[in-house]
Ligand binder design. Structure first.
Ligand code: SF4
Length: 396
């Protein structure tokens, strides 16, 4: 067991949080559209569609960031969450052929792979240490693998790694498994939960608007089905995350529509933990003629998300996607989570990401500290993980 500091102690959090209670810089902007939004933010009022559009369209990114940071510090002080996790992608074989994707392969294409169960267990075990608290498990929509394979995968992992949280299968995968097994979504979720799935990741949401979905991921479930699947999962007690893929063919209205649909569902279920804006990486996809997002777009997306999604506890700056350097800046623009150590990320790297495929715990903590924030190691459900020389415990 590695030696670790005990900076995740709750008393530490309270003490450090108070650092953020310093008198904030005065709000300044030349954009008159932002003044009423600023008033609403201070009064904790909900932002409208027009407010969100103004946040996307203003040139005053610092004013947007100021407001997002105000909300972020009101909710979390300086606390910035990360976890020690491992990604597991059991197959990249996929029937969907989304134009946004560089990961999925037809089953007889070069580079296609499907792990036998034992291979998946060995992969999970490679690089594993007691420090790992989460397996993040997503993959392609395989046309031949039976539902039982996925149930056996989950129950086998649970048996071998009982203390590890299994965050597995996007809403898109759940809907596909249900279709193949000829079960309802509810029955499918129930069986996955009984096998050992603890929560669901947030992928596959992309952009909910039909016009965009037809271009980037025509064969996936539509936005309403994604939301309905999430609703059923939440009603069953399974928490999930939610994502939005931006920076391709969507416009500001599509982004706002996406955020407001998530906010409306969260009002009903309260089941979302974290919103994760994902920048589109075009390399090796059929949309590779599109330019990559810029740092300014990434930062703005974090800030707008924090301001519009007033009922989401957490906004994540996913360092693998936006680079560690931009993610660090995002911690001052509304983000309170930077994701995890991520052993062996595949999906973004197939799409040309140049970030490392994992980061050491100490390096993540340094990034957070140098942004003037306090690192808090969490488990998947945001319970602080407390480490000593000889043990790891989760505060409940
Ligand atoms: S994004 Fe997902 S569903 Fe679409 S092709 Fe890639 S792996 Fe398949």
């Amino acid at each position: 067991m590695e030696a670790v500091s005990n900076s995740c102690d709750f008393r530490g959090i309270v003490a450090v949080s108070s650092k953020s209670m310093h008198k904030p810089h005065p709000f300044q902007t030349d954009d008159v559209r932002l003044r009423p939004i600023h008033e609403k933010v201070l009064a904790r009022q909900r932002l409208t569609t027009d407010d969100a559009l103004a946040l996307y369209r203003t040139g005053d990114i610092l004013a947007v960031g100021w407001m997002a940071n105000t909300v972020r510090e009101r909710m979390h002080g300086d606390r910035t969450y990360f976890n020690v996790n491992r990604h597991l992608n059991p197959t990249n074989v996929c029937v969907a052929a989304c134009r946004l994707c560089a990961f999925g392969r037809k089953k007889d294409s070069s580079g296609a792979y499907t792990m036998a169960l034992e291979e998946a267990f060995e992969t999970a075990a490679s690089g594993y240490s007691e420090a790992v608290t989460e397996f993040h498990i997503v993959g392609g929509l395989h046309p031949d693998l039976p539902f039982q394979y996925f149930l056996d995968l989950i129950s086998g992992l649970k048996q071998r790694f009982p203390q590890v949280h299994l965050k597995a299968f996007t809403m898109v995968e759940v809907a596909y498994l249900a279709k193949r097994a000829k079960l309802s979504i509810g029955q499918t979720l129930e069986q996955l939960k009984n096998a050992g799935v603890d929560s669901l990741p947030g992928g596959g949401a992309e952009i909910f608007a039909d016009r965009v979905r037809h271009i980037i991921c025509d064969h996936k479930i539509d936005g309403d089905q994604w939301l309905e699947t999430a609703k059923l999962a939440h009603e069953m007690g399974l928490k999930s995350n939610a994502t939005m893929l931006y920076g391709h063919v969507e416009n500001d209205e599509d982004r706002v529509d996406h955020l407001l649909k998530l906010r409306a569902l969260q009002d009903q279920t309260g089941g979302f933990q974290t919103f994760i804006p994902l920048a589109f990486h075009p390399d090796n996809t059929p949309l590779q003629h599109l330019p990559k997002t810029t740092g300014m777009t990434d930062i703005r997306q974090i800030a707008v998300s924090r301001l519009v999604l007033d009922n989401f506890p957490h906004i994540k700056a996913y360092w693998q996607m936006m680079t560690a350097k931009i993610a660090q800046i995002a911690l001052r623009f509304g983000a309170d989570d930077i994701d995890g150590t991520v052993i062996e990320e595949k999906i973004y790297h197939d799409a040309g990401a140049t970030t490392p495929q994992g980061m050491r715990r100490e390096d993540l903590m340094r990034l957070i500290r140098e942004a003037g924030r306090e690192p808090v190691e969490r488990d998947t459900l945001y319970r602080p993980v407390i480490r000593t020389e000889t043990s790891v415990t989760v505060a409940v």
